[in-house]
Design a binder for this molecule. Sequence first.
Ligand SMILES: Cc1cc2nc3c(=O)[nH]c(=O)nc-3n(C[C@H](O)[C@H](O)[C@H](O)COP(=O)(O)O)c2cc1C
Length: 368
Amino acid sequence: MRLRRPRGLSCYWHEGQFVVHPYPRGTPVALHPAAAEILSAFEEWTDPAEAARTLGHLAPETLGEAIPALHEAGLLMSEGNPQAQRDELIARHWGTWAPEAPFFHYATQDVPYPDHEAVSERAPGAADMPPLFTTHPGADRLPLPRLPADLRVPYDEVLYRRRTHRDFTREPVPLRTLATLLAVVFGPVDFIDSGRGALFRRTSPAGGARQELDAYVGVLNVSEVTPGMYHYNALEHSLELIGEGFTPDEAAHLCADQAWAGGAAFLVVLSAALERMRAKYPTPRCYRVCLLNAGHLGQTFALTATALGLGPAQTGAFHDSAVAERCALDNIARTPLYVLAAGHPHPAPEDAPPPAMLRTFRDTALHR
Ligand SMILES: Cc1cc2nc3c(=O)[nH]c(=O)nc-3n(C[C@H](O)[C@H](O)[C@H](O)COP(=O)(O)O)c2cc1C
């Protein structure tokens, strides 16, 4: 019977042990690192006797024990086995995203969920929880106006008018508009007693109300605000100066050299303070929740910006390390996840896509 190593297999060192982790459903196994060499002989369907010839420098008894053990652990699959067919399909479908994306996806799938009480019992007490808010006490700060800009636009109008804008006018965004947007999207709405200290809630849902996402604002063209990188202090409703000076070229470069970002009036970097989430939810799956939370904040940002008469944009493409450095994030405990932007939308945007016509639909598969 010929055997093959799954395509879905990641190896790493964890807590001093060499671990081989098959996915989608496999269990991570700690092995002697020599297992990697044996597994490498099974790149394609291979007869164990043939593999033994390739691995001639290893004792036959070692291979005689190791190969069945690897097979038993699901680290070698038999030809024709349904597991092998599924492995092949996953490799084909995830294509160039492998191994990073499918490994994270499947390794954090179907995890056991401890009951709610067990999570609460294990969670540190209020005194050991990380602070709710990120603040930069030593920074120069600009307290923001609290008089909100008008947000009373019919809900349907906001929903259907929201579009991603990449062409902006040079008209500065009034400080009051920016202040309203930051307060509505990132400010606390209320405070709740979690049983282990206070938590706050925002206008967007957030997994466990951990509020691990902070907003850093790159100001380019906002009235009464010097261009620069600021942190939005949500507790105080102020902008804390991280670094003076911010140019359209720099903004475009940070956003993976997308020129449109330089035309925005400001960027907002969503950065995760990971310990705020991890302190209560130690399972790696909860990193997904941080990403989902960023999406929720992004949508609320886009709708609120639209209601305020701004054109919102967002980008998943950005130079992570450069963005982190510009926001003075260590990219370890605090790391950027998403970049949002807004400005006054150009009335006749140059990049507006043309509507799809009959000809377009002729070239489009609408269903199988
Ligand atoms: C998570 C996410 C990442 C995006 N990344 C980019 C990007 O890197 N560059 C860009 O020009 N647009 C980006 N967009 C905007 C999309 O291209 C846009 O939402 C899409 O074309 C649909 O248009 P609409 O937003 O007007 O409905 C992104 C949108 C989302 C939600």
